[in-house]
Design a protein around this ligand. Structure first.
Ligand code: ADP
Ligand code: ASP
Ligand code: MG
Length: 401
């Protein structure tokens, strides 16, 4: 079989752990598989590099950031290859560029446009284990780009798609996808199979166990995607098409996102085109706006609130300041979080949202904003209640039963 494995930051977080990954990879090779191994930077490394840059400025150039951040993954790719070679295995490390990964120009959040698989295929044909530095590629001008936080998952899925691999296995410190983050709720249960759509909502709503764009791509290319642990054996969780899953549950999981901030715009001119202008400008800066609420206008003006990732807040402020003529004032709140309930069963059942609201109300937790889709309900609440809300909702939907 041709398999793509991806080992995340914790799995390669020390030399001993890289050694552990090398042993696992060696075992998979001995079992007769062709292997492409995608690695992340050692845990904490990317954050450390960002801090280094922010020592000089809060808004470093994104082009330079990409050169800086891509270095973390190169360290682990080369070390893993060296570890395998020292065990007598024929391994070859490749940067994103050497693995043929071509992206668009959007520095720090680039999209993969194509993969020239020839170098990887040549190496595989020679029996080599291919080790690829995740999270990176190059644009058409040859500049290094990175794929957004958690982007090594996307590298792995894209490579699996381009090579038509039999499966893509994402290894982390948890042995699969749970009904909620087991660090928040120890009673969380492992899920054997979950649909791409539910996984996509969970990832988009903040469950960092898989990066959302990687799930989106796996769905598009119908890739057999597994979440497994690099510290234990086990089947993990299969992420697959909804119709492959026999047992349909009402709610699959509860997700907490602590990295949201709320922006409130006061006295916004209540006339056609203002919302379009605000959100178009934010989109042009690639700022991901999630929940939006607008009040009914009074006396020609209204209030408009929305959430953005905390990392985009500085950029969002800058964009809004450029629109001052139509906005009376703005404030920000980083002390919020977003709790979401996800499940395909919601499509055919009424009352799921009402249950979420009444569960929080019963514990006197105020809901500040709400957004819904066919298969999720999200609520912005005060940050200090985030973990409590997750546990309450997890219990309310019987997920710990
Ligand atoms: P890696 O560094 O290997 O990419 P991540 O830290 O990105 O791994 O993802 C694994 C973490 O995701 C786990 O340690 C766990 O705390 C967290 N997590 C959040 N939600 C879930 C969930 N529903 N199921 C499993 N893990 C989750
Ligand atoms: N090292 C990058 C990050 O921390 C990419 C990844 O780990 O997937 O976001
Ligand atoms: Mg990750």
């Amino acid at each position: 079989m041709l398999l793509v494995h991806k080992y995340g930051g914790t799995s390669v977080g020390s030399l001993e752990r890289i050694e552990n990954v090398a042993s696992r990879v060696a075992k998979a090779k001995d079992a007769g598989n062709d292997l492409v191994i995608v690695v992340s930077a050692m845990s904490g490394e990317t954050n450390k590099l960002i801090e280094y840059a922010e020592y000089f400025t809060k808004t470093p150039s994104k082009r330079e950031m990409d050169i800086l951040l891509s270095s973390g993954e190169r360290v682990t790719a080369s070390l893993l290859s060296i570890a395998l070679q020292s065990k007598g295995y024929d391994a070859i490390a490749m940067t994103g560029r050497q693995a043929g990964i071509i992206t668009d120009d959007l520095h720090t959040y680039a999209r993969i446009e194509s993969i020239n698989t020839q170098p990887m295929q040549d190496a595989l044909k020679e029996g080599k284990i291919v080790i690829v530095a995740g999270f990176q590629g190059i644009n058409k001008n040859g500049c290094v780009t990175t794929l957004g936080r958690g982007g090594s998952d996307l590298s792995a899925v894209a490579i699996a798609g381009a090579l038509k691999a039999d499966a893509c296995e994402i290894y982390s410190d948890v042995d699969g996808i749970y009904t909620t983050d087991p660090r928040i709720e120890p009673k969380a249960k492992k899920i054997d199979m979950i649909s791409y759509d539910e996984m996509l909502e969970m990832a988009s709503m903040g469950a960092k166990v898989l990066q959302n764009r990687s799930v989106e791509l796996a769905k598009k290319l119908d890739i057999k995607l597994y979440a497994k642990s690099s510290f234990s054996e086990g089947e993990g969780t299969l992420i697959t098409k909804e119709n492959n899953i026999m047992e349909q549950v009402l709610v699959s999981g509860v997700v907490l996102d602590k990295n949201q901030a709320r922006v409130t715009l006061r006295n916004v001119s209540d006339k056609p085109g203002i919302a379009a202008e605000i959100f178009t400008k934010l989109a042009q800066e690639n700022i991901n706006v999630d929940m939006i609420i607008q009040n009914v206008g009074i006396d020609g003006s209204t209030n408009l609130g929305f959430t953005v990732p905390q990392s985009d807040l500085e950029n969002a402020k800058r964009v809004i300041e450029g629109l001052e003529h139509d906005i009376g004032g703005m404030d920000f709140d980083k002390n919020i979080c977003k709790v979401s309930v996800v499940g395909v069963g919601m499509k055919s059942h009424a009352g799921v949202a009402a249950k979420a609201f009444s569960t929080l109300a019963a514990s006197n937790i105020n809901i500040e904003m709400i957004s819904t889709s066919e298969i999720k309900v999200s609520m912005a609440i005060s940050a200090k209640y985030g973990e409590l809300a997750v546990r309450l909702l997890h219990e309310a939907y019987g997920l710990d039963a």
